[in-house]
Ligand binder design. Sequence first.
Ligand code: SF4
Length: 353
Amino acid sequence: MADRVVTAGGIDKASVSFEEWNDWRWQFRNRVRSLDVLARLSNPPSETLADWQEVLRHYPVAITPYYLSLFNPDDGDDPLRMQCFPDSREIHFSLGGVDDPLCEERDMPVPGLIHRYPDRCLAIVTNTCAVYCRHCNRKRLWDKEKSATRQRLQAMIDYVGRTPNLREVIVSGGDPLMMPEATLDWFLGSLKAIPHLEVLRIGSRVPATLPMRITKGLCAMLRKRRPLWLNTQFNHSREVTPESAKACEMLLEAGIPVSNQSVLLKGVNDDYASMRELLYALERISVRPYYLFQCDPVRGTDHFRTDVWRGMEMMEKLWRNVSGLCLPRYVIDSPGGRGKIPLQPFSFLPEKG
Ligand code: SF4
């Protein structure tokens, strides 16, 4: 446990017990959400504070005490801090961007269910996350935290049931592991009861931001729904801690393969050394690097976007130097929802002539 604990109530040195720290509900209840605590932590100049106030009017903040304990809040360039602290560039954006660059809202046959590819669909079951990542491509959904109602979930189940082409459902959010466990159990069970539904996938960042959420009870529940795959999102090697390693190990022991989908983020992981460290760290905990996403052109995330050529150069160097087991596929989700385009290191293309 960290020496200095920062919670919703402020900065505390001593009074958090080991049991509380390792209880995901305590971590969730004590997420830092107020400007007041963030300001006391990092003491920003008054104009920055005014900007943060404006940022929070559009995009809320939530950071678990656990995730806060991993970084230095005084260092404005800390790669973990950058992912969750408000930043004035979220509202003073230069290049524009849009709220829904992948046009997800357009491809919803029923509310919350995106059906774009013939054999799979994606269900948005909650808008709640343990930590709100400033680069998120669903920032448009951050509002009052809530999970989908049973009625809405039932409409999704009914749609999957009457669409025989669908063999896989990706359960997403927000973070599905933040919805009530009984509701998630019912939803997964109802989907698995559909004869043509073969595979479930969950997208969750809790192994990186709230690893205590991976409990024995949760693993036992998920185990019943296999084949079930879990895709998570580690973006920096310092997110791979003993706690997150244990969470991934528990999932793997329950028969749930864990893969990682990073986002390429300027100043966080867009250089060879940082990315290599992340990939090695994932390999050490048996998590397969699956995708590296080019950051989507979401409004207010310009400052995270790295040039594609820089990403390709980095990938090329990784291809030359790093075990193939560690290599993710670098892809860009084409704006307008036309699917993923792989970005191959250019020197591997055949030479002309
Ligand atoms: S955990 Fe996922 S959905 Fe939630 S804020 Fe982060 S990127 Fe967005």
